[in-house]
Design a protein around this ligand. Structure first.
Ligand code: NAD
Ligand code: TYD
Length: 353
């Protein structure tokens, strides 16, 4: 068994599906609070798969986490659970502090207690894998080299500050208690099941619905884009072979300005699903007020994980973005559930929350 937290969200769900796609995979206990970002329809294909045990709960709940560890005795924990959207963190940082910092602290403490009670190879082989972000390194200028693992932490948003704090806790638990951790810091993910508050799915769905495509500021902010399937394969490698106490940057070698990303999506949609009036979707691009404290550029130097573990991304941005646009076109039911909010009705019925 492994324990995955936040496995009903975008990356977590892709990871669980990917993990269980292998017939010999160990089972997954999936602990998720089902916030607005958690969507059990992402995991619908696992409904009859006894290797997947879903638990509705909070990583900050000590009694629940300790009980799950004692019951299922996982050989690893992969921690995806977090509040993850920068714009939401600007409007309301409290949840980010609670889940990303206090929640991670609780998970670490429960896991350390559980690990302390293990013996022999079970103890030696146990791993706590913390999933973090490149945003902890702050913002680069156009001429700066890409972030490497030795860059100082300089977080600029409540989101990145809360992730930086959690990374520091994870690091300290290794150095102080010898608790067996690995951390990965990845760039912007994209792909199936991405909640449409983030740039790529928002632009795809707004384009199809005839709505404006909001580009913050001048649209020249740069992000590195990592296809979510590549991120999942990197986590599997690091979990299997990563050195304890190390951090690994995971990136796609795909630095793009936001406006270029939006234009690329418009071009693919012009080809796959042309507008009824024959005009290009790019006509819907609308420049809007910039995000406060908007980081200008992120770039990841992923050479450490490539050299140490032999991992490389399989997708280029061109192949990954095409697959992604196609996925949104092919999955209208998922899209409809998210856009209308009906994915939460099922949740309310099931959990009376
Ligand atoms: P997401 O917002 O789509 O999903 C987060 C999941 O965590 C949801 O299912 C939510 O219900 C769950 N959750 C939230 N609070 C919880 C709590 N207290 N207890 C249990 N579950 C809780 O996020 P994502 O995009 O899938 O990101 C996953 C992880 O990867 C996060 O740690 C994020 O910081 C990191 N990350 C994401 C990106 C990206 O581009 N999406 C990039 C770098 C790092
Ligand atoms: P986002 O997907 O929110 O990820 P992050 O802030 O974690 O990088 O945003 C990606 C980039 O796109 C970021 O520079 C902000 C920008 N952006 C827009 O220009 N318009 C939008 O509507 C959104 C959501 C983001």
């Amino acid at each position: 068994m492994i324990l995955v937290t936040g496995g009903a969200g975008f990356i977590g769900a892709n990871f669980v599906l990917d993990w269980l796609a292998s017939p010999n995979a160990e089972g997954v206990v999936n602990l998720d609070k089902l916030t607005y970002a958690g969507n059990l329809t992402n995991l619908q294909s696992l409904q009859k798969d006894s290797r997947h045990i879903f638990v509705h709960g909070d990583i900050g709940d000590k009694a629940l986490v300790s009980k799950l560890l004692a019951e299922h005795r996982p050989r690893a924990i992969v921690n995806f659970a977090a509040e993850s959207h920068v714009d939401r963190s600007i409007h309301g940082p409290a949840e980010f502090i609670q889940t990303n910092i206090v929640g991670t602290f609780n998970l670490l403490e429960c896991a350390r207690e559980y690990w302390g009670g293990l013996q022999g190879t079970a103890k030696e082989q146990f791993r706590f894998h913390h999933v973090s972000t490149d945003e902890v390194y702050g913002s680069l200028s156009a001429s700066d080299p890409a972030f490497s693992e030795t860059n100082p932490y300089e977080p600029n948003s409540p989101y990145s500050a809360s992730k930086a704090a959690s990374d520091h806790l994870v690091r300290a638990w290794f150095h102080t208690y010898g608790f067996p951790v690995v951390t990965t810091n990845c760039s912007n993910n994209y792909g199936p099941y991405h909640f449409p508050e983030k740039l790529i799915p928002l632009v795809i769905l707004n384009a199809l619905n005839g709505k404006p495509l909001p580009v913050y500021g001048d649209g020249q902010q740069i992000r590195d884009w990592l296809y979510v399937g590549d991120h999942c394969s990197a986590i599997r490698e690091v979990l299997a072979k990563g050195e304890l106490g190390e951090t690994y940057n995971i990136g796609g070698w795909n630095e793009k300005a936001n406006l270029d990303v939006v234009n690329t999506i418009c071009k693919i949609l012009d080809e796959l699903k042309p507008r009824a009036d024959g005009k290009t979707y790019a006509e819907q691009i609308t420049f809007v007020k910039d995000r406060p404290g908007h980081d200008r550029r992120y770039a990841i130097d992923a050479s450490k994980v490539e050299k140490a573990l032999g991992w490389r991304p399989a997708e280029t941005f061109d192949t990954g973005i095409r697959k992604t646009v196609q996925w949104y076109l092919d999955n209208p039911l998922w899209v409809d559930g998210v856009v209308t909010g009906s994915y939460r009705e099922w949740l309310d019925k099931q959990y009376q929350s």
